[in-house]
Design a protein around this ligand. Structure first.
Ligand SMILES: Nc1nc2c(ncn2[C@@H]2O[C@H](COP(=O)(O)OP(=O)(O)OP(=O)(O)O)[C@@H](O)[C@H]2O)c(=O)[nH]1
Ligand SMILES: [Zn+2]
Length: 298
């Protein structure tokens, strides 16, 4: 019997919901006993091979393919990208918060696309702030301006998420679930209820599900990086997550330069010459000292 290839979109006790990659249909699969012995469990996002008898609606997972990455809380494997949603108004998201999300995603080596939502709310006076944002971030990442009220750039977002496995990230209220609804109306959304659940003090699960877009591709139903605090990062590694620093670090006098207090630092020189954004560098220092303070407590 030949095996078929699928992706796990849901996992519960010993059953996985698998989306067959060829037929794009879903079926339930059980785990072969050998996985229990090996203490391996599939997680959402796993690419697997399964077998199935024609007379049995339930398949059997035979093989879990190697994961290219794993994200914890919610646990999900093989993410292709993070869609970082942010806004300049309602809420006014601090650039430090944006950089903290970026750091978490860079740490996992995920591709990042920034979606600047609620463009419709920006007045003429806000255009300066928008330009400032774009000056910093569109030099580093793809930035897509959107408005779910005006259906702005729906096609572009769809194109970016098509046939990929994505997770959304971003502060509460920036419009993550609205964006999913805009690009795929009717997509079953648990994502919108998260803050409600928190408010009601209910147990929020860290089990995520993948939802399949009608146009192809998957998205996690729970936003990634709910915790953007940087306790899980070594301060020595932080500079690697500000990827634009790297090309200037070869001008640093010290090979292990952290670009903080060291003399003759190529990164600091680049900030002075406005090759690196002051805001990014300041946020680097803020996060660096936050990590330092946490370490000192121990
Ligand atoms: N004016 C305007 N309002 C928007 C836009 N997108 C979303 N909103 C509104 O912003 C509010 C929050 O949107 P959600 O989609 O629930 O935001 P979320 O990021 O999923 O929020 P959480 O579930 O708390 O994480 C809702 O009242 C939306 O109607 C937009 O482009 N323009
Ligand atoms: Zn340096």
């Amino acid at each position: 019997m030949s095996w078929n290839k699928g992706i796990v979109t849901r996992f519960h006790s010993n059953m996985a919901t698998v989306n067959d990659l060829k037929t794009n249909t879903s079926l339930e699969c059980v785990l072969r006993g050998k996985f229990k012995v090996q203490k391996i469990r599939p997680i959402v996002g796993d690419y697997i091979e399964y077998s199935k008898d024609d007379n049995n609606p339930i398949g059997k997972i035979e093989n879990i393919l190697e994961r290219k990455n794993i994200l914890y809380r919610p646990s999900i494997a093989n993410l292709d990208q993070v869609i970082l949603v942010t806004t300049l108004k309602y809420p006014e998201v601090d650039f430090l918060i944006v950089d903290k999300f970026i750091v978490q995603a860079e740490k996992e080596d995920l591709d990042i696309i920034i979606v600047l939502n609620k463009i419709d709310l920006l007045t003429d006076e806000d255009q300066k702030l928008k330009e400032k944002f774009l000056n910093i971030y569109s030099n580093l990442y793809t930035v897509i301006e959107t408005s779910t009220k005006q259906n702005l750039n729906v096609e572009i977002i769809r194109e970016k998420m098509k046939n990929k496995v994505s997770t959304l990230a971003g502060m509460s209220g920036v419009g993550k679930s609205s964006i999913l609804n805009m690009i795929n109306p009717g997509l079953k959304l648990r994502i919108g209820n998260i803050s409600d659940k928190l408010k009601r003090g209910k147990h929020t699960t860290t089990h995520s599900e993948l939802l399949r877009f009608d146009f192809g591709g998957f998205v996690a139903d729970t936003p990634g990086f709910a915790n953007i605090e940087t306790y899980n990062i070594e301060k020595e590694n932080l500079k690697d997550y500000f990827y634009e620093f790297y090309q200037y670090s070869r001008y640093c006098q010290f090979v292990d330069c952290q670009h903080v207090n060291e003399p003759n630092c190529g990164v600091k020189a680049a900030v002075r010459q406005e090759e690196i954004s002051q805001s990014r560098y300041d946020n680097y220092l803020s996060i660096y000292s936050e990590i330092e303070k946490k370490v000192k407590k121990w």
